[in-house]
Design a protein around this ligand. Structure first.
Ligand code: ADP
Ligand code: ZN
Length: 288
Protein backbone atom coordinates (compact mmCIF):
# COMPACT_ATOMS: atom_id res chain seq x y z
CA UNK A 1 0.00 0.00 0.00
CA UNK A 2 1.21 3.51 -0.86
CA UNK A 3 0.42 6.91 0.63
CA UNK A 4 -0.09 10.19 -1.21
CA UNK A 5 -0.40 13.80 -0.12
CA UNK A 6 -1.53 16.64 -2.33
CA UNK A 7 -0.46 19.57 -0.22
CA UNK A 8 -2.31 22.71 -1.31
CA UNK A 9 -2.51 26.20 0.10
CA UNK A 10 -6.06 25.70 1.39
CA UNK A 11 -6.26 21.94 1.94
CA UNK A 12 -4.22 18.79 2.11
CA UNK A 13 -5.66 15.74 0.36
CA UNK A 14 -4.28 12.53 1.87
CA UNK A 15 -4.90 9.17 0.25
CA UNK A 16 -3.83 5.57 0.38
CA UNK A 17 -3.82 3.40 -2.70
CA UNK A 18 -1.50 1.68 -5.13
CA UNK A 19 0.72 2.43 -8.11
CA UNK A 20 -2.08 1.72 -10.59
CA UNK A 21 -3.73 4.92 -9.36
CA UNK A 22 -6.36 3.03 -7.40
CA UNK A 23 -7.38 5.05 -4.32
CA UNK A 24 -8.65 3.07 -1.33
CA UNK A 25 -9.26 5.84 1.21
CA UNK A 26 -8.99 9.62 1.01
CA UNK A 27 -9.44 12.52 3.43
CA UNK A 28 -9.07 16.30 3.35
CA UNK A 29 -7.35 18.33 6.06
CA UNK A 30 -7.39 22.15 6.11
CA UNK A 31 -4.00 23.84 5.60
CA UNK A 32 -3.53 25.93 8.72
CA UNK A 33 -0.15 25.79 10.45
CA UNK A 34 2.24 22.80 10.37
CA UNK A 35 1.72 22.01 14.07
CA UNK A 36 -1.99 21.56 13.44
CA UNK A 37 -2.06 20.10 9.94
CA UNK A 38 0.81 17.62 10.10
CA UNK A 39 -0.27 15.66 13.21
CA UNK A 40 -3.59 14.98 11.43
CA UNK A 41 -1.70 13.84 8.32
CA UNK A 42 0.44 11.52 10.43
CA UNK A 43 -2.57 10.11 12.30
CA UNK A 44 -4.25 9.30 8.97
CA UNK A 45 -1.31 7.39 7.54
CA UNK A 46 -0.61 5.62 10.86
CA UNK A 47 -3.77 3.58 10.28
CA UNK A 48 -2.37 1.91 7.16
CA UNK A 49 0.65 -0.25 6.30
CA UNK A 50 2.07 2.27 3.81
CA UNK A 51 5.46 1.38 2.31
CA UNK A 52 6.20 4.86 0.93
CA UNK A 53 4.53 8.27 0.72
CA UNK A 54 4.56 10.63 -2.27
CA UNK A 55 4.00 14.36 -1.77
CA UNK A 56 2.95 16.88 -4.41
CA UNK A 57 3.35 20.17 -2.60
CA UNK A 58 2.60 23.84 -3.06
CA UNK A 59 5.85 25.71 -3.29
CA UNK A 60 8.38 26.80 -4.12
CA UNK A 61 10.12 23.79 -2.62
CA UNK A 62 13.73 22.66 -2.44
CA UNK A 63 14.38 19.65 -4.67
CA UNK A 64 18.15 19.73 -4.73
CA UNK A 65 19.14 16.50 -3.00
CA UNK A 66 22.65 17.83 -2.35
CA UNK A 67 21.29 20.83 -0.48
CA UNK A 68 20.64 20.76 3.26
CA UNK A 69 17.29 22.40 2.61
CA UNK A 70 16.13 19.45 0.45
CA UNK A 71 12.54 18.53 1.12
CA UNK A 72 11.52 21.90 2.49
CA UNK A 73 8.94 24.39 1.38
CA UNK A 74 10.97 27.56 0.76
CA UNK A 75 9.69 31.06 -0.05
CA UNK A 76 5.95 30.56 0.33
CA UNK A 77 3.80 33.55 1.24
CA UNK A 78 2.43 31.37 4.09
CA UNK A 79 4.87 32.33 6.89
CA UNK A 80 4.18 29.29 9.11
CA UNK A 81 5.23 26.95 6.29
CA UNK A 82 8.37 28.82 5.24
CA UNK A 83 11.42 26.51 5.47
CA UNK A 84 9.18 23.75 6.80
CA UNK A 85 11.07 20.41 6.64
CA UNK A 86 8.26 18.44 5.01
CA UNK A 87 10.22 15.34 3.96
CA UNK A 88 12.17 15.11 7.22
CA UNK A 89 9.00 15.30 9.29
CA UNK A 90 7.48 12.38 7.39
CA UNK A 91 10.73 10.39 7.48
CA UNK A 92 10.96 10.90 11.25
CA UNK A 93 7.35 9.79 11.70
CA UNK A 94 7.35 6.72 9.44
CA UNK A 95 10.95 5.79 8.50
CA UNK A 96 9.89 4.95 4.93
CA UNK A 97 10.87 6.38 1.51
CA UNK A 98 9.28 9.77 0.78
CA UNK A 99 8.82 11.08 -2.76
CA UNK A 100 8.62 14.86 -2.97
CA UNK A 101 7.82 17.19 -5.82
CA UNK A 102 5.63 20.14 -6.71
CA UNK A 103 1.85 19.80 -6.90
CA UNK A 104 1.91 20.55 -10.63
CA UNK A 105 4.73 18.10 -11.32
CA UNK A 106 2.71 15.45 -9.50
CA UNK A 107 -0.32 16.32 -11.64
CA UNK A 108 1.79 16.14 -14.83
CA UNK A 109 3.00 12.70 -13.76
CA UNK A 110 -0.57 11.58 -13.05
CA UNK A 111 -1.80 12.82 -16.42
CA UNK A 112 1.06 11.29 -18.43
CA UNK A 113 0.62 7.94 -16.69
CA UNK A 114 -3.17 7.58 -16.52
CA UNK A 115 -4.78 10.76 -17.89
CA UNK A 116 -5.01 12.92 -21.00
CA UNK A 117 -1.35 12.32 -21.94
CA UNK A 118 -1.39 8.56 -21.32
CA UNK A 119 0.94 6.73 -23.69
CA UNK A 120 3.03 9.83 -24.43
CA UNK A 121 6.49 10.54 -23.05
CA UNK A 122 5.93 14.25 -22.65
CA UNK A 123 3.31 16.67 -21.44
CA UNK A 124 2.80 19.95 -19.72
CA UNK A 125 0.30 20.36 -16.88
CA UNK A 126 -0.66 23.93 -16.07
CA UNK A 127 -2.95 25.07 -13.29
CA UNK A 128 -4.66 28.44 -13.45
CA UNK A 129 -6.12 28.97 -9.99
CA UNK A 130 -5.03 31.02 -6.98
CA UNK A 131 -1.65 31.03 -8.69
CA UNK A 132 -0.32 29.76 -11.99
CA UNK A 133 2.08 26.85 -12.03
CA UNK A 134 3.21 24.25 -14.50
CA UNK A 135 4.83 20.86 -14.34
CA UNK A 136 6.50 19.15 -17.26
CA UNK A 137 7.31 15.60 -18.23
CA UNK A 138 10.10 15.58 -20.81
CA UNK A 139 11.40 12.35 -22.37
CA UNK A 140 9.49 10.37 -19.77
CA UNK A 141 10.84 12.22 -16.72
CA UNK A 142 9.77 15.18 -14.64
CA UNK A 143 11.74 18.21 -15.71
CA UNK A 144 14.15 19.28 -13.02
CA UNK A 145 17.22 21.45 -12.98
CA UNK A 146 18.68 23.40 -10.06
CA UNK A 147 15.21 23.01 -8.65
CA UNK A 148 11.82 22.86 -10.33
CA UNK A 149 10.65 25.17 -13.11
CA UNK A 150 8.42 28.13 -12.14
CA UNK A 151 6.67 28.65 -15.46
CA UNK A 152 3.79 30.66 -13.99
CA UNK A 153 6.02 33.68 -13.46
CA UNK A 154 7.19 34.27 -17.02
CA UNK A 155 6.74 37.70 -18.57
CA UNK A 156 4.06 38.31 -21.17
CA UNK A 157 3.23 41.29 -23.37
CA UNK A 158 0.49 43.38 -21.85
CA UNK A 159 -2.67 43.92 -23.79
CA UNK A 160 -2.62 47.57 -24.95
CA UNK A 161 -6.02 48.21 -23.31
CA UNK A 162 -5.27 46.43 -20.02
CA UNK A 163 -4.88 48.97 -17.22
CA UNK A 164 -4.58 46.42 -14.40
CA UNK A 165 -1.13 46.76 -12.85
CA UNK A 166 -0.73 43.10 -11.86
CA UNK A 167 -0.58 41.57 -8.37
CA UNK A 168 2.43 39.25 -8.17
CA UNK A 169 4.28 40.29 -5.01
CA UNK A 170 7.58 39.41 -6.66
CA UNK A 171 7.16 40.59 -10.28
CA UNK A 172 3.89 42.51 -10.38
CA UNK A 173 2.85 41.91 -14.01
CA UNK A 174 4.20 38.43 -14.72
CA UNK A 175 1.76 35.84 -16.10
CA UNK A 176 0.48 34.91 -12.62
CA UNK A 177 0.21 38.59 -11.67
CA UNK A 178 -1.99 39.27 -14.71
CA UNK A 179 -3.96 36.07 -15.22
CA UNK A 180 -4.40 33.98 -12.03
CA UNK A 181 -7.81 33.99 -10.27
CA UNK A 182 -6.99 36.85 -7.87
CA UNK A 183 -5.77 39.02 -10.79
CA UNK A 184 -9.08 38.45 -12.59
CA UNK A 185 -10.90 39.53 -9.44
CA UNK A 186 -8.58 42.52 -8.97
CA UNK A 187 -9.03 43.72 -12.54
CA UNK A 188 -12.78 43.22 -12.96
CA UNK A 189 -13.91 43.69 -9.34
CA UNK A 190 -15.68 40.34 -8.95
CA UNK A 191 -14.83 36.66 -8.60
CA UNK A 192 -14.22 34.82 -11.86
CA UNK A 193 -17.14 32.50 -11.19
CA UNK A 194 -19.49 35.53 -11.27
CA UNK A 195 -18.12 36.84 -14.56
CA UNK A 196 -19.12 33.98 -16.86
CA UNK A 197 -21.14 36.19 -19.23
CA UNK A 198 -18.49 38.92 -19.57
CA UNK A 199 -16.86 37.88 -22.86
CA UNK A 200 -14.04 40.42 -22.60
CA UNK A 201 -12.84 38.85 -19.32
CA UNK A 202 -12.24 35.46 -20.89
CA UNK A 203 -10.95 36.85 -24.16
CA UNK A 204 -8.21 38.70 -22.25
CA UNK A 205 -7.52 35.63 -20.10
CA UNK A 206 -6.92 33.59 -23.25
CA UNK A 207 -4.75 36.39 -24.65
CA UNK A 208 -2.29 36.01 -21.76
CA UNK A 209 -2.41 32.21 -21.44
CA UNK A 210 -1.86 31.80 -25.20
CA UNK A 211 1.33 33.84 -24.99
CA UNK A 212 2.59 31.63 -22.18
CA UNK A 213 1.72 28.46 -24.11
CA UNK A 214 3.51 29.81 -27.19
CA UNK A 215 6.70 30.14 -25.15
CA UNK A 216 6.35 26.76 -23.49
CA UNK A 217 5.75 25.18 -26.92
CA UNK A 218 8.78 26.87 -28.45
CA UNK A 219 11.06 25.83 -25.59
CA UNK A 220 9.78 22.38 -24.60
CA UNK A 221 7.73 21.18 -27.56
CA UNK A 222 5.36 19.20 -25.31
CA UNK A 223 3.27 16.45 -26.92
CA UNK A 224 0.16 17.42 -24.92
CA UNK A 225 -0.85 20.49 -22.91
CA UNK A 226 -3.28 20.03 -20.04
CA UNK A 227 -4.92 23.03 -18.41
CA UNK A 228 -6.50 22.64 -14.98
CA UNK A 229 -7.35 24.83 -11.99
CA UNK A 230 -10.45 26.79 -11.02
CA UNK A 231 -10.21 29.44 -13.74
CA UNK A 232 -10.21 26.80 -16.46
CA UNK A 233 -13.74 25.83 -15.43
CA UNK A 234 -14.64 28.75 -17.72
CA UNK A 235 -14.54 26.65 -20.86
CA UNK A 236 -14.70 29.80 -23.01
CA UNK A 237 -11.06 30.44 -22.11
CA UNK A 238 -10.10 27.45 -24.25
CA UNK A 239 -11.56 28.99 -27.42
CA UNK A 240 -9.82 32.29 -26.71
CA UNK A 241 -6.52 30.43 -26.20
CA UNK A 242 -6.97 28.58 -29.52
CA UNK A 243 -7.69 31.85 -31.35
CA UNK A 244 -4.68 33.77 -29.99
CA UNK A 245 -2.28 30.83 -30.12
CA UNK A 246 -3.06 30.30 -33.80
CA UNK A 247 -2.27 33.95 -34.50
CA UNK A 248 0.93 33.89 -32.43
CA UNK A 249 2.39 30.66 -33.75
CA UNK A 250 1.47 31.72 -37.29
CA UNK A 251 2.19 28.28 -38.78
CA UNK A 252 5.83 28.57 -37.77
CA UNK A 253 5.78 25.27 -35.91
CA UNK A 254 3.52 22.34 -36.68
CA UNK A 255 0.88 21.83 -34.03
CA UNK A 256 -1.80 19.15 -33.86
CA UNK A 257 -5.46 20.17 -33.95
CA UNK A 258 -5.58 22.56 -30.97
CA UNK A 259 -8.76 21.05 -29.54
CA UNK A 260 -6.94 17.72 -29.15
CA UNK A 261 -3.62 19.25 -28.16
CA UNK A 262 -4.68 21.67 -25.40
CA UNK A 263 -7.16 19.90 -23.16
CA UNK A 264 -8.66 19.57 -19.67
CA UNK A 265 -7.19 17.03 -17.23
CA UNK A 266 -8.21 13.46 -18.06
CA UNK A 267 -8.17 12.64 -14.34
CA UNK A 268 -10.11 15.79 -13.41
CA UNK A 269 -9.42 16.85 -9.83
CA UNK A 270 -7.60 13.58 -9.11
CA UNK A 271 -4.52 14.37 -11.25
CA UNK A 272 -2.42 15.63 -8.32
CA UNK A 273 -3.25 12.91 -5.81
CA UNK A 274 -2.83 10.17 -8.44
CA UNK A 275 0.56 11.61 -9.41
CA UNK A 276 1.53 11.67 -5.74
CA UNK A 277 0.84 7.93 -5.52
CA UNK A 278 3.21 7.47 -8.46
CA UNK A 279 5.81 9.62 -6.66
CA UNK A 280 5.46 7.26 -3.70
CA UNK A 281 6.00 4.26 -5.98
CA UNK A 282 9.07 5.89 -7.53
CA UNK A 283 10.46 6.64 -4.06
CA UNK A 284 9.97 3.02 -3.07
CA UNK A 285 11.81 1.77 -6.14
CA UNK A 286 14.66 4.24 -5.75
CA UNK A 287 14.63 4.18 -1.95
CA UNK A 288 14.94 7.97 -1.77
P1 ADP B 1 -6.15 26.52 -5.78
O1 ADP B 1 -5.39 27.19 -6.89
O2 ADP B 1 -6.17 27.33 -4.52
O3 ADP B 1 -5.75 25.10 -5.57
P2 ADP B 1 -8.44 26.58 -7.59
O4 ADP B 1 -7.71 25.89 -8.68
O5 ADP B 1 -9.86 26.22 -7.36
O6 ADP B 1 -7.70 26.42 -6.19
O7 ADP B 1 -8.34 28.13 -7.90
C1 ADP B 1 -9.01 29.11 -7.16
C2 ADP B 1 -9.12 30.37 -8.02
O8 ADP B 1 -9.86 30.06 -9.19
C3 ADP B 1 -9.84 31.50 -7.33
O9 ADP B 1 -9.18 32.72 -7.63
C4 ADP B 1 -11.23 31.46 -7.93
O10 ADP B 1 -11.81 32.75 -7.98
C5 ADP B 1 -10.99 30.92 -9.31
N1 ADP B 1 -12.14 30.13 -9.77
C6 ADP B 1 -12.64 29.03 -9.16
N2 ADP B 1 -13.70 28.56 -9.82
C7 ADP B 1 -13.88 29.38 -10.90
C8 ADP B 1 -14.81 29.41 -11.97
N3 ADP B 1 -15.79 28.53 -12.09
N4 ADP B 1 -14.66 30.40 -12.88
C9 ADP B 1 -13.67 31.30 -12.78
N5 ADP B 1 -12.77 31.33 -11.78
C10 ADP B 1 -12.87 30.38 -10.85
ZN1 ZN C 1 5.52 36.55 -10.51
Amino acid sequence: MLGAIEAGGTKFVCAVGDETGNIIEQIQIPTTIPDETMPKVITFFSQYPVKAIGVGSFGPIDLNQECSAYGRITSTPKPAWRDYPFVQTLKDAFGIPIGFNTDVNAAALGEVTFGAAKGLDSCLYITVGTGIGAGAVVQGKLLQGLSHPEMGHILVRRHPDDRYQGNCPYHRDCLEGLAAGPAIEGRWGDKGSNLSDRKEVWDLEGYYIAQALMQYILILSPKKIILGGGVMHQSQVFSSIYKYLKELVADYVFLPELRDYIVSPGLGDAAGITGSLILAHQALEELV
